[in-house]
Design a protein around this ligand. Structure first.
Ligand code: SAM
Length: 247
C-alpha cells in the first residue's frame, strides 16, 4: 500500500493489513449484498455485517485525513466505526492538528495534546460490541497517542451522539469534521444529533452517496434545502463520496 501521507511505518503497516482484510472480506460477499433490496432487510443485513470491516477505502481515508488537516479541526465525530480503520486516520489528523496548534503557540511539547488549546478528540460510535472491542485492540496497536485521542461511545448513535460532550468543557470550539460512514438510514439522525455542535465551516463527509443514493434521499433533502446552512458536492470517488460544508 502506498504511503502518501508519510504515516509512521508501524501505523502504515497496520493500516495496510486492515485495509487488505476489509477488501478480502468484501470480495467474498455475494454481489447482491449492497443492493437496495438486501439493505432493506435490516435484520439480515445487520447480522451479515456484524463481523465485517466494511472499512472506508484507503484513498477516501487519505482524503478525509487531508481535509481534517486543512480544517485544523480538533474535535471530530465518526458515525460508524466498525473495527476502527478510518478512526485511526481521524485520530492521526486530530493529533497533527493539536501539534500544529501547540507549535503555533510556541509550546512545541511534541505530545500531540496542546496546552491551553483544548484537548481534542475523535468521538467514535459503534453498536456492535464485538467490533468495538477489536477496534480498541487495533487502536492500542496504533499506539498510545492514537488510542488516547479516541472516545468510543458504544451503542446506537441516536443515543450515543446525543449524550456526552464534544470538548466544550476544555475550550474546544465545536465539531469541525463529521464522517458519516454508516448505514444510510442512520446518516440523517447522526447529522441531526451533532448539528448544534458544528462549528462554522465544519465539513461532513458521507460515503457511497452514488452507490447508495436511494438510501441517502432523506439526508440529501435535508442538506439541500434552499437557504439552509449546508452546501453539498459529490466527489468522484468509487461509489461517490459527498462533501458537505456547514455555514
Ligand atoms: C461502514 S461501517 C464503518 C467502517 C469504519 N468507518 C471504517 O472505515 O473502518 C458502518 C458501521 O456502522 C455501524 N452502525 C450501523 N448502525 C449503527 C447505529 N445505529 N449506531 C452505531 N453504529 C451503527 C455498523 O455496525 C458498522 O460497523
Amino acid at each position: 500500500m502506498t504511503n502518501p501521507l508519510s504515516l509512521p511505518p508501524q501505523i502504515h503497516s497496520l493500516l495496510s493489513t486492515l485495509h487488505a482484510k476489509s477488501l478480502a472480506q468484501e470480495a467474498a460477499l455475494p454481489s447482491s449484498t449492497f443492493s437496495p433490496s438486501s439493505r432493506a432487510d435490516r435484520t439480515s443485513f445487520d447480522a451479515l455485517m456484524s463481523d465485517k470491516f466494511i472499512a472506508l477505502d484507503q484513498d477516501k481515508c487519505e482524503f478525509v485525513y487531508q481535509t481534517l488537516r486543512a480544517s485544523g479541526a480538533t474535535t471530530v465525530v465518526e458515525a460508524g466505526t466498525s473495527y476502527g480503520v478510518s478512526t485511526i486516520y481521524l485520530a492521526l489528523g486530530v493529533l497533527a492538528n493539536l501539534q500544529a496548534k501547540d507549535n503555533a503557540n510556541g509550546n512545541g511539547s511534541g505530545q500531540g495534546q496542546g496546552q491551553g488549546v483544548g484537548k481534542g478528540k475523535v468521538v467514535a460510535t459503534e453498536k456492535e460490541p464485538g467490533k468495538a472491542a477489536l477496534a480498541r485492540e487495533y487502536w492500542t496497536q496504533a499506539g498510545r497517542d492514537v488510542a488516547g485521542v479516541i472516545e468510543l461511545r458504544e451503542g446506537d448513535l441516536r443515543e450515543t451522539l446525543t449524550s456526552g460532550g464534544y470538548g466544550e468543557e476544555v475550550g474546544e470550539e465545536g465539531v469541525g469534521l463529521v464522517l458519516l460512514d454508516i448505514w444510510t438510514p442512520m446518516a440523517l439522525p447522526a447529522l441531526k444529533a451533532v448539528q448544534d455542535k458544528l462549528k462554522p465551516g465544519a465539513v461532513i463527509i458521507a460515503d457511497n452517496t452514488l452507490m447508495a443514493k436511494d438510501g441517502y434521499q432523506e439526508l440529501f433533502e435535508y442538506v439541500d434545502q434552499e437557504g439552509g446552512p449546508f452546501k453539498r458536492i459529490t466527489l468522484p470517488y468509487k461509489g461517490g463520496m459527498d462533501m458537505i460544508v456547514y455555514k
